[in-house]
Design a protein around this ligand. Sequence first.
Ligand code: ADP
Ligand code: MG
Length: 258
Amino acid sequence: MTDHDHLLAMLTRLKLTAIRDQVDTLLDEASRKEMSLRETLTFLCEAEIARKDQRRIQMATSIAKFPFVRTLDSFDFDAQPSVDPKLIRDLATSRWVANGDTTLLLGPPGVGKTHLAVALGREAIKQGYSTLFVTATALLASLRKSHQEGKLDERITYFAKPKLLIVDEIGYLPFEANAAYLFFQLVSRRYERGSTLLTSNRAVGEWGTVFGDAVVATAILDRLLHHSHVITIRGDSFRLREKRRSGLIKAPVEVALT
Ligand code: ADP
Ligand code: MG
């Protein structure tokens, strides 16, 4: 075995695959920049950590099942003056996730709720928090099915596991009978452990109607709102605005979307 093969074998055994795959390039660059031994070691470690972070984020992002790729960078704050960029930047630190808090994104369709939910989920993943995205409809269908199959506990454990659970589109469809109670069980299990982000087109005051059970709704809200951050987005649909700008529909029109 040559010295070079020996080095590659050791790097493989230590799972330093980024260094292994680019060892010549990295060492060339270190010597070109006349790095000291200590600087070179730091440089190599940085390359390895960058690769490991990238892999981890990729893996966690695919587990999160986001409906689309959206980032905070691609959110146009000027187009949405009702959203305070400072507040979003603060949420982007994911301290609220560490604390197990709830974030509510409220507002009419098309104003960027899901965009911000996905972007904040991405930030949470970057900080190392496991994240799962699900629509309210899919979540409730899944809980109801497992309840019927006598496997509710397993399902609740699945949805209770991620540090951040994003439940999108509460209130677009009213809950079916019993659904509020199933949701309550999940919220109870997650309470003060996991963090939850909810989006809704309905004000919190209307959630009793959405859940179809005022008593259970109160119990759910009591837990969810205990430590919460509420962002209410106003204005009209970003999608429609883009279409108007491109001349697809005439400006200005009021379109009822609900
Ligand atoms: P909602 O969930 O509130 O119905 P979405 O988040 O799905 O709305 O937004 C609709 C579309 O418009 C998405 O493609 C989203 O990325 C885009 N969008 C909405 N608001 C903004 C914004 N302020 N800047 C950039 N894109 C936006
Ligand atoms: Mg949405």
